[in-house]
Design a protein around this ligand. Structure first.
Ligand code: GLU
Length: 493
């Protein structure tokens, strides 16, 4: 029987959730979901100077916005908690103590100065091992004991076995990676103040939480041989490692602030749809079949596999993300667009209030004209705005007035439009009858169709870029449309 899939995303709350972290979280989540596994969120907050509660909250909020639900972790609980490292200090200390007792770790009393001097000397003689020179490894048990009891400060170091040989990692992305054991010195696992180092805390937790696969950024590949040493000292099985490539900006450099927005929140606030954002990030280094680009969340959650992760760095392309965002919006049906985008945006803009009741077909009709023009969530309310104005509150765009209303003869157009439209009874007030009525005007007035429609459009919507006229006017209603035509008469040439 193969062991169940248990994976974790382990952010350090030293900042916001960035694109790279979000992609790591997505891969872990998608891998767990695709393999009926468990997705664990663990907060790696052992660095008290840089970790904050606010950052943890921001990260949780970002993960929720991404729709990455975790099975175990903060708020969710689970059998392997606590899920914040700052709450697990006693576990690290007890485990380090156990390794000390079993002879897999030893106390080191070297001062910073001694360590620096050893390093300098190793450098000067071009020693292949420029790490810790193992001074304290050879202290007798009694001496070490005596100095610890005398209260001398000490760290605990792992004892890398003599003749360990190469450390081989069969990485699910990079394949076989061989590290010379000499590169791994007897590194510190517990500092003199009792806090664990990253390589120790991570492995203690990954072992205790029975993590089966460690999927993380390949900036951690170089830490992995050290971590393997800890697994071996603990007598715990090593998980499968999958180190995912870096994300680069268009200039081939590691993605950073210089390339624009990097935090998930900034994308949320800029009006990206969570599903589109997740889809786009998933494709930064992974592919379903090498060609499919639109991969809905449920497909990602059933078909994600490690063997289709690329070793090569991925390039972040904001244009492709924008394209994908627009694709997701246009693929929504009108009711979903109305519920998930339009109404929340209208509430946000103050055009409607939570709890306002709308006729379903009316709101769907509005959605159908707003949706094709919406590339980002924030576009929706301004596009719909004219519908929520009234004849007396409508704001006119100056340039549109100058172009569409002010030229000579436009007053005549508005009069004629009012005349033909006033004949439409309320029951006949629909996009087809409105358009048909307006269609008669160019010939009757001997004017260009474009001019006629522009004038009416500016009178009704205040600008030249609004959605199709008949549909918009049907939504506004006959009474207010006629009042708008009257009001605009004062601006028309
Ligand atoms: N807290 C570490 C980080 O944010 C986790 C690395 C790991 O996944 O082991 O980089």
């Amino acid at each position: 029987m193969t062991s169940p899939v248990r994976v974790r995303f382990a952010p350090s709350p030293t900042g916001k959730l960035h694109i790279g972290g979000a992609r790591t979280a997505i891969y872990n989540w998608a891998f767990a979901r695709s393999h009926q596994g468990t997705f664990i969120l663990r907060i790696d907050d052992t660095d008290p100077t840089r970790s904050t509660k606010e950052n943890t909250e921001i990260i949780l909020r970002a993960l929720r916005w991404l729709g990455l639900d975790w099975d175990e972790g903060p708020d969710a609980g689970g059998d392997f908690g606590p899920y914040a490292q700052a709450e697990r200090l006693d576990i690290y200390q007890k485990t380090a103590q156990r390794l000390l007792e079993e002879g897999h770790a030893y106390p080191c009393f070297c001062t910073q100065e001694m360590l620096a001097q050893d390093r300098e000397e190793a450098k000067a003689r071009k020693d292949p091992n420029q790490g810790y020179q193992k001074r304290c490894r050879h202290l007798t048990h009694d001496e070490a004991q005596r100095r610890m009891e005398a209260g001398e400060p000490y760290t605990l170091r792992i004892k890398v076995p003599e003749n360990r040989g190469d450390i081989i990692i069969d990485d699910a992305v990079h394949g076989r990676v061989v590290f010379d054991a000499h590169e791994v010195d007897d590194f510190v696992i517990l500092r003199s103040n009792g806090t664990p180092t990253y390589n120790f805390a991570t492995v203690v937790d990954d072992a205790a939480m029975q993590i089966s696969h460690v999927i993380r950024g390949d900036d951690h590949l170089s830490n992995t041989p050290r971590q393997v040493m800890v697994y071996e000292a603990l007598g715990a099985p090593t998980p499968i490692f999958a180190h995912i490539s870096m994300i680069l900006g268009a200039d081939g450099k590691k993605l950073s602030k210089r390339h624009g927005a990097t935090s998930v929140e900034e994308y949320r606030d800029a009006g990206y749809v969570s599903d589109a954002f997740v889809n786009y990030l998933a494709l930064l280094g992974w592919s379903l079949d090498g060609e499919t680009t639109i991969i809905p969340r449920d497909v990602l959650a059933s078909r994600f596999s490690l063997d289709r992760i690329s070793k090569n760095p991925a390039t972040f392309d904001p244009k492709k993300l924008d394209w994908m965002n627009a694709e997701y919006i246009s693929a929504m049906d009108d009711s979903r667009f109305a519920d998930e985008i339009l109404l929340p945006e209208l509430v946000e803009a103050g055009f409607v209030e939570v709890g306002d009741e709308f006729d379903e077909s009316w709101i769907d009709a509005l959605a159908s004209i707003v949706k094709p023009r919406t590339k980002f969530l924030g576009d929706a309310a301004p596009i719909a705005e004219p519908v929520f104005q009234h004849a007396d509150t409508l704001v006119f765009d100056e340039r549109s007035v100058a172009k569409g209303l002010a030229p000579e003869g436009m007053g005549k157009v508005l009069d004629a439009a009012e005349e033909v439209l006033s004949h439409l009874k309320n029951t006949d007030w629909n996009p087809e009858t409105i358009d048909a009525a307006l269609e008669t005007l160019p010939e009757a007035l001997d004017m260009k169709k474009r001019q006629v429609f522009q004038a009416v459009r500016v009178a009704i919507c205040g600008n030249l870029v609004s959605p199709p006229l008949g549909q918009t006017m049907a939504l506004i209603g006959s009474k207010d449309c006629l009042a708008r035509l009257k009001r605009a008469r004062g601006l028309a040439g």
